[in-house]
Design a protein around this ligand. Structure first.
Ligand SMILES: Cc1cn([C@H]2C[C@H](O)[C@@H](COP(=O)(O)OP(=O)(O)O[C@H]3O[C@H](C)C(=O)[C@H](O)[C@H]3O)O2)c(=O)[nH]c1=O
Length: 182
């Protein structure tokens, strides 16, 4: 596996070693020994999630707050997404900076998103299978987020407005400015 630093502190891109032969391919989607050796992080993932999204779906920007904050190891098993993260940690030198990255079933790349980051993605293909590991359990009461079309973040989701599919819940998330004033 190759581990590359992103422009945001503690956020990494992981490129697993893929073995290909006449039958197809194989790769280890997670190996705790290799993960610790390459990232220096001692993370215990406790929950695996999967979502399936139609083309144009935008999920996010989400995070759980406080003691229920989650680090995530994200991959796309099928299709392609633009994954977007924002460092929401006031003490970080990359505070409020954003980073986006194409994850796909083709490149098999993974993105490690540390606790304290807002996370979202958009489906650039149909029926995207989005799989990720979390190091903390789901806790509805601690869910929070920033609205996907926040003016200050001005994220380019790469999907025409007419094609965007966003849940009612996500459309009603606060702006970054409103969230920071909470
Ligand atoms: C996240 C989660 C949700 N749920 C239930 C709650 C709802 O009844 C249903 C759909 O939840 P939601 O609309 O919040 O799903 P997403 O919009 O994909 O949320 C996720 O999307 C962004 C991109 C993330 O990074 C977070 O992991 C997470 O917020 O699944 C659970 O039972 N367990 C869970 O861990």
């Amino acid at each position: 596996m190759i581990c590359k630093q992103t422009p945001l502190n503690d956020c990494f891109i992981i490129e697993p070693k893929v073995f290909e032969d006449e039958r197809g391919s194989f790769f280890e989607t997670f190996n705790s020994k290799d993960f610790k050796k390459n990232t220096g992080l001692n993370i215990v993932f406790v929950q695996d999630n999967q979502s399936i999204s139609h083309y144009g779906t935008i999920r996010g920007l989400h995070f759980q707050e406080g003691e229920f904050a989650q680090a995530k190891l994200i991959r796309v098993a099928k299709g392609e997404v633009l994954d977007v993260v924002v460092d929401m940690r006031p003490n970080s030198s990359t505070y409020l900076k954003q980073f986006s990255y194409l994850l796909s079933g083709e490149n098999n790349h993974q993105l490690f998103v540390p606790r304290g980051f807002a996370h979202g993605f958009t489906s650039l293909s149909n029926e995207v299978v989005f799989d990720y590991k979390c190091d903390n359990f789901y806790n509805k009461a601690s869910e929070s987020g920033i609205v996907f079309n926040d003016k200050a973040l001005n994220i380019d989701w790469k999907i025409p407005k007419d094609d965007q599919i966003v849940s009612e819940k996500d459309q009603n998330l606060p702006s970054l400015d409103a969230y920071l004033k909470l």
